[in-house]
Design a protein around this ligand. Structure first.
Ligand code: ADP
Length: 617
């Protein structure tokens, strides 16, 4: 039988990014070769494999583990891809050593964040063989061969830096996609934009957290540091614009929203500052300063943080601060923010409550603490093959938080037997919105398969609701299917539509007819921007026909508004009234479920204590 040749991938640099990728590539059926310089780590990986903890969970063994690039060359190891997942300051030297591996067929992947890091590989491999990856996942080492996956905000991005090897970028992305490490293959222009976007996000917090000894959550909780963070981003956006990299108008607001999700841990660069290790600052804030100088743009804050980080690491100052250099994390643990629990840590904010919203398109998880602050959010696609992922998320939640009570809601709530109670999405939506917007209101929730309009009275009680679940018109799945037919990338749709003034909307609301109509638009030569606006117009028209109470505040929630901000502006125009879009609108229903879980638990506690009092009497 003619068996397909397995793809061989060598990974140089086996930190959290490299380890997660190694495990996933092996899972996808590749032959994975590791190059690990640290002897302790090398021996542990050889004997115990690599373990992933947290959201992804597995132990994987590797047959081909080498101690250096020289050993790889000596053993004449064959490979299709050579991945560099080193720190940026280690790349130049490693690339020189890998010169002999460089035959014409080999594709080189630069898998580290930062601006221009791929440039370090060009002198050795030439630009036509290099792919660059923008990494949107991260992990912390709990042992040299054990990574706790701390976050993944899909997708990662991957592209050929001069578009010469786009087919290889597609092949590699496909491999990663087959094992849920969602990665989007993009062209070199998009790649540049995504690289800057990610670097700006990294630069906004990392140096500040390092210098200020703050976790991400702490930095984002203090208005003084938040002001600095906003200014750092603002400077970077001006520099990016001078480089002709354009971000949407609400980019800074979106960055701040994204950064708010940062947990109670240190960004990797901050960890390096604290532990007195060399940092990658030259490729983060340092690059913003460098490009700023090129365009005569002042970048005072980025300059201040770059130079302070450099001065601190040069002077070994971290080692002079009590509690620094390695023991810093333990210091935090002692402060009671987190508590040591073997390889894991548990949130010390007290009792927690879990809400799970099992929607038709996505499963949303929200954990709140006693004060109803959100301490964890996660989203999974509602796919059968994601069952394992679902179990892992639940396990991670129960390991990291002391969950007292849980509530399931959504389309699939009855199948979720692990929860203590189940409630309808209507009640959960009302509870979730009412946490921040108390009083009479109308809530519009556009999800994957339905649209709901919910009226609440001044006591936040649901008085009436309307649900359109008979046809897909105007829902998330309608939008996704039509966009796919029009070959519009859904993540780009809002930006595209904002560049159009076209006023034609789709006549058909049946998905099948709407697709035919879209085909006609394409034949008529209507631009992608106009098609995008047209699709939004038809959904806005559908929502506008719904009965809304006059003079009552309107609030929008759900996955569609979370991912299509342009729809919010259109609805605002159509209704001619202010429409509030809550923070994290896709998670409002799961937040409400968590709040209801907390209320039930408190009632139970109250009953129990009354019972005890009666018994004592
Ligand atoms: P449900 O509760 O029915 O699962 P959600 O409120 O989660 O629905 O919204 C799902 C819809 O949101 C999808 O059908 C899609 O239109 C949109 N959506 C969610 N996530 C994304 C994403 N990452 N990119 C683009 N659209 C998304």
């Amino acid at each position: 039988m003619n068996q397909k040749k397995k793809i061989r991938v060598a990974i140089v640099g086996v930190g959290p990014v490299g380890m997660i990728m190694a495990v996933k590539l092996k899972e996808a059926g590749c032959e994975v070769i590791l190059c690990v310089r640290n002897k302790i780590k090398l021996n542990l990986i050889k004997s115990e494999g690599i373990t992933l903890e947290g959201v992804m969970e597995s132990t994987t063994f590797f047959d081909e583990v080498y101690g250096s690039i020289e050993e790889l060359i000596e053993a004449k190891v064959q490979m299709d891809y050579l991945v560099f997942s080193l720190k940026s300051y280690q790349i130049e030297k490693a690339a020189q050593q890998a010169l002999k591996l460089s035959d014409g067929e080999l594709t080189v992947v630069s898998a580290q964040n930062g601006i221009d890091v791929e440039q370090l590989l060009i002198p050795v491999f030439g630009s036509d063989r290099i792919l660059r990856m923008v990494i949107n996942y991260a992990g912390n080492l709990s042992a040299p061969n054990v990574v706790k996956v701390t976050f993944f905000t899909p997708p990662n991005y991957l592209g050929s830096i001069d578009d010469n090897r786009s087919e290889k970028a597609e092949e590699f992305a496909e491999i990663l996609n087959s094992v849920e490490l969602h990665t989007k293959a993009i062209d070199s222009f998009e790649l540049l934009k995504r690289t800057w976007e990610k670097t700006i996000l990294n630069s906004s917090l990392s140096a500040l957290c390092g210098v200020g000894r703050l976790t991400m959550a702490e930095a984002m909780a203090d208005p003084d540091t938040v002001e600095l963070i906003e200014q750092i981003i603002n400077e970077a956006v001006i520099v990016a614009e001078a480089e002709k990299i354009k971000f949407p108008d609400d980019f800074i607001r979106r960055c701040m929203r994204y950064l708010k999700k940062g947990g109670n841990h240190f960004p990797s660069l901050a960890g390096d500052v604290i532990n007195n290790r060399q940092t990658e600052i030259d490729y983060f804030n340092g690059k913003i300063v460098e490009y700023g100088k090129k365009h005569y743009v002042r970048t005072s804050l980025n300059l201040a943080f770059t130079n302070m980080v450099k001065a601190m690491t040069n002077k070994n100052i971290a080692s002079r601060i009590p509690g620094a250099a390695g023991s810093f994390a333990r210091g935090i643990i002692k402060k009671g923010i987190v508590k040591d629990k073997k390889s894991s840590v548990i949130y010390q904010g007290g009792d927690c409550f879990l809400g799970v919203d099992l929607g038709s398109a996505y499963i949303k998880f929200t954990v709140i603490d006693e004060k109803q602050n959100v301490v964890f959010r996660y989203t999974l696609q509602t796919l059968n093959r994601d069952r394992l992922a679902h179990r892992q998320v639940m396990k991670a939640i129960h390991t990291d938080f002391d969950i007292k009570y849980s509530c399931a809601t959504g389309y699939g709530r009855k199948h979720f037997i692990e929860s203590d109670i189940i409630k309808t999405e209507i009640n959960c939506a009302a509870a979730g919105v009412s946490r921040d917007i108390s009083g009479e209101k109308t809530i519009i929730d556009i999800g994957g398969e339905d649209i709901k309009v919910i009226h609440c009275d001044e006591n936040n009680q649901v008085t009436n609701f309307y649900m359109n679940d008979k046809c897909a018109a105007g829902t998330g799945s309608f939008l996704s299917e039509i966009a796919e037919r029009a070959e519009v990338d859904v993540s780009e749709m809002s930006r595209l539509a904002a560049n159009s003034v076209y006023d034609k909307e789709l006549n058909s609301f049946c998905t099948v007819f709407a697709k035919t109509e879209i085909m006609q638009w394409i034949f008529d030569g209507i631009s992608i921007e106009d098609i995008s606006r047209g699709i939004y117009l038809s959904i806005a028209g559908k929502v506008a026909k719904m009965k809304l109470l006059p003079d009552v505040p309107t609030v929008m929630i759900g996955g569609v508004i979370a991912n299509h901000p342009y729809l919010g502006s259109l609805l605002h125009e159509k209704f001619n009234r202010e429409i509030t879009i809550v923070d994290e609108p896709q998670h409002t229903v799961s937040l409400g479920a968590a709040i209801i879980a907390q209320k039930h638990w408190m009632k139970k506690q109250y009953k129990k204590s009354n019972q005890e009092k009666i018994e004592v009497k």
